[in-house]
Design a binder for this molecule. Structure first.
Ligand code: FMN
Ligand code: COI
Length: 408
């Protein structure tokens, strides 16, 4: 981790893209943090797919359209606010792992760049501290529903309401933690000097490993099937001070419950099937986040981009549709919008910025994506986001099946 000295660190001049920044970050990032950040479910097929899918879509530019000035702001408001680009920072837990100022630095960067930020329930700074740091940019509190502890969920909602958040972002893709062998191998535990500060008791998080003192085998709470018999016992005993995500979450009981508990917007994060988008809308969702959780939950599951068009079709404009997963370049933002997304979010790149230069590093990530997106818009002949069209992107097989000429 860099950035602990009194002068704010800056991004070296030779770093030109998020890919360069990632390489720089990996020079200093502690192995256990790297393992947590990069961890994917099982063999990592979905993590790879999330990156590769963007290159399978090619763009067909239009020429001579006077793009001397372009407007990259979103067409419509999101969370009742206007933003500088259709890009936000997705919730990710424990950001102090990457920088001492953690979520406060990320929120401050979001504020200075006028983009939205979602705070994870499992943050290292509180709902209120992060709101103070990020002001109007801090729009959403991400929530996992906790097994047997709806009292804590209600408390979080009330605090988000009081602090001025606009939305609860309900993550629905994690009834249990995914199979993450990398985390088990690296014995991941949040370092002792960090805390889940949204909770007054000193809870362990859903990924913490309970150490079995007899067999010395690690077990992962919430994943008893991969624990040995004796370590399962330890995991169960440790549930007294462990927060477990509720594996029984369902539309009928929980989404309706949440809808009754608060008048904040409720966004549903982790949708991959059009019929689940339909369920979410039927339960009163204000927006849909198409996401596979950065490939961290279910291996070989589809990428968000591949299912986006079907979900956009199903939703048919009733609520906004956002997307995350593998967005690393301005051109990726363009493709997501061309395929019908209203807005995109990034996860891991924020950690690269935090690690290398704290708040300045996160700002650099956003500035770089803004600059790239603007250049892509100009080269594509689009003067504003409304001019981005579905027919401007095509897959190679789509192009060939049109005989190379169809559709023009
Ligand atoms: C380190 C890390 C922690 C995350 N923590 C959460 C979380 O607490 N809640 C949640 O809903 N999603 C979480 N996510 C998923 C992100 O919100 C987002 O869906 C994903 O990172 C997007 O993919 P990308 O990292 O390829 O941009 C996390 C992702 C990462 C990388
Ligand atoms: C504390 C974790 C459950 C956060 C998370 O969602 C993740 O690591 O993907």
């Amino acid at each position: 981790m860099n950035g602990t000295s009194s002068t704010p660190p800056s991004i070296p001049r030779e770093i030109l893209s998020l890919k360069d920044l990632e390489a720089k970050c990996l020079e200093t990032m502690a192995p256990m943090v790297r393992d947590y950040l990069y961890d994917g479910a099982e063999e990592g097929h979905t993590i790879r797919e999330n990156l590769e899918v963007w290159d399978r879509w090619l763009v067909i530019p239009r020429m001579m359209r006077d793009t001397s000035t372009v407007n990259i702001t979103p067409l419509t408001q999101q969370f009742n606010q206007s933003w500088s680009i259709p890009l936000g920072i997705a919730p990710s837990a424990m950001q102090q792992l990457a920088h001492p100022s953690g979520e406060k630095a990320t929120a401050a960067a979001a504020k200075s760049m006028n983009i939205p930020f979602g705070l994870s329930t499992f943050s290292n700074y509180t709902i209120e501290e992060v709101k103070d740091a990020g002001g109007d940019s801090v729009v959403g509190l991400q929530m996992y529903l906790l097994e047997g502890r709806r009292d804590l969920n209600i408390e979080l909602v009330r605090r988000a309401e009081a602090a001025g958040y606009k939305a609860i972002v309900l993550t629905v893709d994690s009834p249990v933690p995914g199979n993450r062998p990398g985390l088990i191998k690296s014995n991941f535990v949040m370092p002792k000097h960090m805390r889940f500060r949204n909770f007054s008791e000193d809870f362990g998080g859903p990924l913490d490993q309970a150490q079995d003192t007899q067999s010395n085998q690690p077990s992962v709470a919430g994943n008893p099937e991969i624990a040995t018999e004796s370590s399962q016992e330890t995991a169960v005993k440790s549930r007294g001070n462990q927060l477990i995500v509720d594996p029984s979450i369902n539309w009928e009981r929980d989404m309706k419950w949440l809808r009754e508990v608060t008048s904040l917007e409720i966004w549903v994060k982790g949708i991959l099937h059009p019929l689940d988008a339909e369920e979410a809308i039927a339960c009163g969702a204000s927006g849909i986040m198409v996401s596979n959780h950065g490939g961290r939950q279910l291996d070989t599951c589809v990428s968000a981009l591949d299912v986006l068009p079907a979900i956009v079709k199903q939703v048919n404009g009733r609520v906004p549709v956002h997307i995350d997963g593998g967005i690393r370049r301005g051109g990726d933002i363009f493709k997501a919008l061309a395929l019908g997304a209203d807005f995109v979010w990034i996860g891991r790149p924020v950690w690269w910025g935090l690690e290398v230069a704290g708040e300045e590093g996160v700002k650099w990530v956003i500035q770089t994506l803004k600059r790239e997106f603007e250049v892509v818009m100009k080269l594509m002949g689009c003067r504003n986001v409304g001019e981005i069209r579905r027919e401007m992107v095509v897959t190679k097989s789509g192009l060939l099946s049109m005989g190379g000429s169809g559709g023009f």
